[in-house]
Design a protein around this ligand. Structure first.
Ligand SMILES: [Ca+2]
Ligand SMILES: [Ca+2]
Ligand SMILES: [Ca+2]
Length: 293
């Protein structure tokens, strides 16, 4: 408002020179001049206007602030764009700091940095999660089925495990189960392995059948095969032993059929039956005990 003491408000005669361009940084001087109808000019008044940019650009991360990818795959940065209120598109000035090791699972950060022409800096951080969701591959060496005789040694034929990320994991293979070569039976061995991210390979299985040697024990009589005793005296048989080439002493499995009746004269046959621990049976061995009346 401009006042003339004689005329009053002469704002209409105010001239303003306003060179301010908010699109262009700098200091501008706005000049205000006024004159009344008599041509008397008022003192010029000026105002200084500084146009500056204190707002940084905005960064937009394409694909989002968090990306997940499979370890071993190639990482392709989907990029980012930067827009500044004054400077416009600054996408070409973005620099990216950080790295992604696609060979190792984990979390990596990429920092996108851009500054506008006034030096206002903006950063945006993207997290790249490198995951390992692929289990290792486990292979058995040798056959999946074995047959061995009891008492033989079973040598583990081995196995191999490989993971895309962790590499050779053969040393981490776990074997569940045991082969007891001293017992006839079918034994199952289960092989498992996990990669370092905890992904478990498809398990493998091996069967080992421990078979009887098929050879029966040998019976050895204690004492002679023919014994003569006096009637009326109780006959005590001195027995026999049984020895198996695999099971060793199996005398405890020996059965004796002893029909001798010390009160009844005659000739008796005593029968010894031996089996090994796998029920492999020896042909009965007989001896006779006779007595004389
Ligand atoms: Ca700016
Ligand atoms: Ca893996
Ligand atoms: Ca045997």
């Amino acid at each position: 408002m401009v006042n003339d003491p004689a005329v009053g408000d002469i704002t209409l005669r105010l001239n303003v020179n306003n060179p301010v361009n908010v699109e262009s940084l700098g200091e501008y001087v706005v000049t205000y001049t006024a004159s009344d109808s008599s041509g008397n000019r008022a003192d010029t008044v000026t105002r200084s206007v500084v146009v500056r940019d204190t707002t940084g650009p905005v960064i937009i991360l394409k694909g989002g602030v968090e990306l997940a990818m499979e370890a071993g795959d190639k990482f392709v940065d989907p990029g980012a764009s930067a827009l500044d209120g004054l400077d416009g598109d600054l996408t070409g000035k973005i620099t990216v700091v950080g790295f992604v090791d696609t060979g190792k699972y984990g979390e990596y950060e990429l920092t996108y940095v851009v500054a506008d022409n006034s030096g206002n800096r903006t950063e945006a951080v993207r997290t790249i999660v490198v995951r390992d969701t692929v289990p290792p591959v486990l292979n058995l060496l040798g056959s999946t089925d074995y047959q061995i005789n009891k008492g033989q040694l079973f040598n583990e034929p081995g196995y191999e495990a490989h993971d895309l990320v962790d590499g050779d994991l053969s040393s981490r293979v776990e074997v569940l189960g045991k082969v007891d070569t001293s017992q006839v039976g079918i034994y199952e061995l289960i092989y498992t392995v996990k990669d370092k991210a905890g992904n478990e390979a498809a398990g493998q299985r091996r069967t080992v059948e421990v078979k009887s040697d098929g050879v029966p024990p040998v019976i050895q009589l204690i004492g002679r095969a023919k014994i003569v005793v006096e009637a009326g005296v109780t006959y005590v048989d001195s027995g026999a032993t049984a020895l198996d080439q695999v099971d060793g002493d199996v005398t405890d499995l020996l059965s004796v059929d002893n029909p001798v009746d010390g009160m009844v004269p005659g000739e008796y046959g005593i029968t010894y039956n031996a089996v090994d621990r796998d029920a492999c049976r020896t042909r009965p061995r007989r001896c006779s005990a006779s007595r004389v009346t």
